[in-house]
Design a protein around this ligand. Structure first.
Ligand code: CTP
Length: 397
């Protein structure tokens, strides 16, 4: 899996830096070409000599060394993957805010490849809102996180913040390369977020969808090599670089955007919470307060999933979502039929941690071939991976 893969291993100033020796060994043994970059602080924990001997490449740490300039841009472009393990609290903060006071940071800012982070620090530092904010910010850039372990820490205390073991990091990277090409050449259309249906120039009918699930799906497809178009309703979430994003507001705009690209789509995932009804005639001017009640005349919107289901070919895979509050399974299966979808992802508002706004979700997937899988509550990133794995299995079944 790792044979011939070009990996930059960034090492920062943390006691866990000693584990980098084993990390390099595992990667090199698996056939990867490893170049190590250390921050100046890392050199206090581990010698470049051990790392250059094991990696069979010169270890870099300065922007200029021996009268020559280290070309951080070319290093950033050379790599198939950049792993920073351990990444300290300080380097995390600098990365999150674009600081560039050493070679590792310059390469990070120039890297066009996926970046994987394995943090290491004491529990209090790890749990501090500033660190957690930085982590979220880096994840929003598309950087992947290898979760910290709970165990013995450098301070002598025990808790969260211990870097994952080299074997675990190696596992993560191996499966990353295994999946990174699975959707190469596939064009994926994803709808996400709410829609706003205008009542008058200043008011709308909307819903609480955040867009998080659809964005996680878009990121997952993109990381597996797909060419992704994300049709996104009004969401306040940050969308990572590298995705084609078409921002829309209403159900009608979302439908138009989907119609334009659907013919050239291999997989369409309709994750948006689309309004079923829209004001029949939005007022041209602001509606003034008058009577005790206000009657709003609504008309049906186009059901995008159903429309696409009616025109889809045998080579296209169409996935819908169902958010239900009662009779969940029956309603989800009915939607699968009625909208001619290949799969329906059900989330029930009765499950804690599922649905709008949460960072987690709990889903079941039903498919046209009679398949049913029930998943546990997971982060939306992990749920996205489950959904994409299910779609890939369905296509190959
Ligand atoms: N959907 C759509 N266009 C619409 C309404 C819904 O594409 N105008 C899609 C959603 O993106 C989702 C699926 O249809 O993938 C199911 O949406 P949901 O609101 O649960 O179902 P509805 O068909 O609207 O039925 P109901 O609201 O009665 O449950």
């Amino acid at each position: 899996m790792l044979k011939g893969k070009k990996i930059i291993l960034g090492i920062t100033g943390s006691i866990a830096a000693y584990k980098a020796v084993l990390m390099v060994r595992l990667l090199v043994k698996a056939g990867a070409d490893v170049k190590v970059i250390m921050t100046p602080a890392a050199e206090g924990f581990i010698t470049p000599l051990s790392l250059s001997t094991l990696s069979k490449n010169e270890v870099l740490s300065q922007l200029s060394q021996n009268d020559s300039w280290a070309n951080h841009v070319m290093l950033g472009r050379w790599a198939d993957l950049m792993l920073i393990a351990p990444v300290s609290c300080n380097t995390l903060a600098k990365m999150a805010h674009g600081a560039c006071d050493n070679l590792l940071l310059a390469v990070y800012l120039s890297a066009v490849c996926p970046v994987v982070l394995a943090p290491a620090m004491d529990e209090d530092m790890w749990k501090h809102p500033a660190t957690q904010d930085n982590i979220r910010r880096l994840q929003s850039f598309g950087n992947q996180l290898i979760p910290v372990n709970n165990g013995e820490l450098a301070s002598g205390l025990s808790g969260e913040g211990r870097m994952a073991e080299p074997e675990e990091i190696f596992q993560f990277i191996s499966s990353f390369f295994k999946t990174s090409n699975e959707l190469a050449g596939k064009r994926v259309l994803i709808t996400a977020g709410p829609t706003y249906e205008m009542m008058d120039p200043v008011r709308f009918i909307g819903n609480f969808s955040s867009g998080k699930m659809g964005i996680a799906l878009a990121k997952e497809c993109s990381s597996r090599g797909a060419d992704v178009t994300l049709v996104l309703g009004p969401s306040h979430e940050t969308v990572p670089e590298g995705l084609t994003v078409q921002k829309v507001r209403s159900a009608a705009e979302m439908y138009e955007a989907c119609k334009k690209v659907f013919d050239d789509t291999d997989i369409a995932i309709m994750c948006a919470a689309v309004a079923d009804y829209t004001p029949a005639e939005p007022a041209k001017e602001k509606i003034k307060k008058s009577g005790e009640t206000l009657v709003l005349n609504l008309k049906k919107t186009t059901d995008i999933l159903k429309e696409l289901g009616a025109i889809k070919t045998a080579n296209q895979t169409l996935v819908g979502f169902a958010l239900e509050t009662n009779n969940e399974k029956a309603f989800a299966q009915k939607k699968l039929e009625a909208k001619n979808a290949d799969m329906i992802v059900l989330n029930s508002l009765n499950d804690a941690g599922a649905g709008f706004g949460h960072d987690t979700n709990k889903i079941s997937i039903f498919d046209k071939k009679g398949g049913e899988v029930n998943f546990d509550t997971k982060s939306k990133t992990a749920v996205a991976a489950d959904i994409i794995n299910s779609i890939i299995s369905y296509i190959h079944a």
